[in-house]
Design a protein around this ligand. Structure first.
Ligand code: ADP
Ligand code: MG
Length: 346
């Protein structure tokens, strides 16, 4: 009779469809039962895509059969409903009117996640999409500043109306809390605030919603992946090893909850001297590309370290809006175009 561990090793040869990660490390193999000459494998899937279920089922039964002649093999696939829809049978699915939901995430803070999120949002709007931007960074909601929004959202008696700037519809946790009153956000509070931003806001006819996430892999990430079916995650990293190691953790977390990784953006990738035009690699440029190859993620683009990008953020006019034809803006627009194409083909 095969050992459970042997079967696990055999299952590790199977990758999740479309990913270079195996199904065991993905965390979807929930049980293995070996009894007499019978092997039962239980797989828990979040994906509603029947093709994925079929492919995994076929590969698992083939692999286990080949490796264990004489045994009958049964593979059971349990498709899990997103948690928000399970709750007591009441339909609580968030953001049903939003076509594509994309998290912009990073392993650590200060890598330019919000900068990338606002520039991508404006670029996607310029590319003809109806864009929502939800600032979910509980530690420092900075999107209103970066988009130069000073007013408070209007409450129409039932819902808050997102504020529109540069063609982007925006809602921020910063509107709900007093910025002089730092809140220790954890657990249930994070969940409630995020759900409020999704549910109590009039998000109508949005093609793509970007979520500017807090750094790391904590409560907010968990809430989001359990409350909405995310269509993808964009990970922002700087080239330094520390940032990159954290970014990889972020990638792994999203993969665990079956959120496709659209790719990684290398921010502050290189520096173009404004005086001589020479290019310097301030950090160890190229690390993100290597890591992308290793973990099977796409490098979505390299954004230079550039004074105009920072000033755009401080002034509330993102560079994609202020100077759409400059190289810095084009770098963001190219990333946006790739994301758009990936979403439309997903
Ligand atoms: N490519 C860049 N070039 C120059 N400054 C940048 C760049 N990206 C971000 N910054 C600056 O770095 C700081 C941190 O960026 P921010 O987007 O707030 O990071 P995060 O959201 O990851 O904490 C901000 O002052 C921002 O203007
Ligand atoms: Mg931020």
């Amino acid at each position: 009779m095969p050992e459970r561990q042997e079967l696990i090793e055999q299952l590790k040869q199977i990758n999740y469809p479309g990913f270079t990660r195996d199904i065991v490390s993905f965390g979807i193999v929930s049980d293995i039962v070996i009894a007499e000459n019978n092997i039962e494998i239980l797989i828990n899937l979040k994906s509603q895509d029947p093709k994925i279920a079929d492919q995994i089922k076929a590969e698992v039964s083939d692999t286990i059969r080949e490796n264990n002649p004489g045994y009958t093999v049964n593979v059971h696939i349990n498709i899990q409903q997103p948690q928000a829809q399970q709750a007591g049978g009441q339909q609580m699915s968030f953001l049903q009117n939003v076509k594509y939901k994309v998290a912009v995430a990073s392993g650590k803070g200060g890598v330019g996640k919000s900068t990338v999120a606002v520039n991508l949002a404006v670029a996607l709007a310029k590319a003809g999409m109806n864009v929502g931007l939800l600032d979910a960074d509980i530690y420092g909601p900075s999107i209103p500043l970066m988009l130069g929004v000073n007013e408070q959202p209007y409450f129409d008696g039932q819902k808050l109306l997102p504020i529109e700037k540069y063609g982007v519809k925006l809602m921020s946790l910063g509107f709900l809390v007093d910025s002089n009153d730092p809140v220790i956000w954890r657990g249930a509070l994070v969940t409630r605030a995020l759900q409020q931003l999704m549910n109590d806001v009039k998000w109508d006819d949005i093609d793509v919603m970007l979520f500017d996430m807090p750094p790391g892999t904590g409560d907010a990430q968990l809430t989001l992946s359990q409350s909405v079916a995310l269509d993808g995650a964009v990970i922002v990293s700087t080239p330094q090893d520390v940032a990159l190691a954290d970014a990889v953790k972020g990638v792994q977390m999203f993969r665990k909850v079956n959120v496709p990784i659209l790719g990684i953006v290398e921010n502050m990738s290189y520096f173009i001297c404004p005086h001589c035009g020479g290019r310097s690699e301030i950090f160890d440029h190229g690390g993100v590309k290597r890591e992308c190859e290793r973990i099977g993620a796409e490098l979505l683009g390299e954004i230079p370290l550039d004074a105009e990008i920072r000033i755009g953020g401080d002034k509330g006019v993102p560079v994609v809006e202020a100077d759409p034809n400059k190289a810095q803006a084009i770098a963001f627009k190219e990333v946006a175009a790739t994301i758009k194409e990936k979403l439309l083909n997903s």
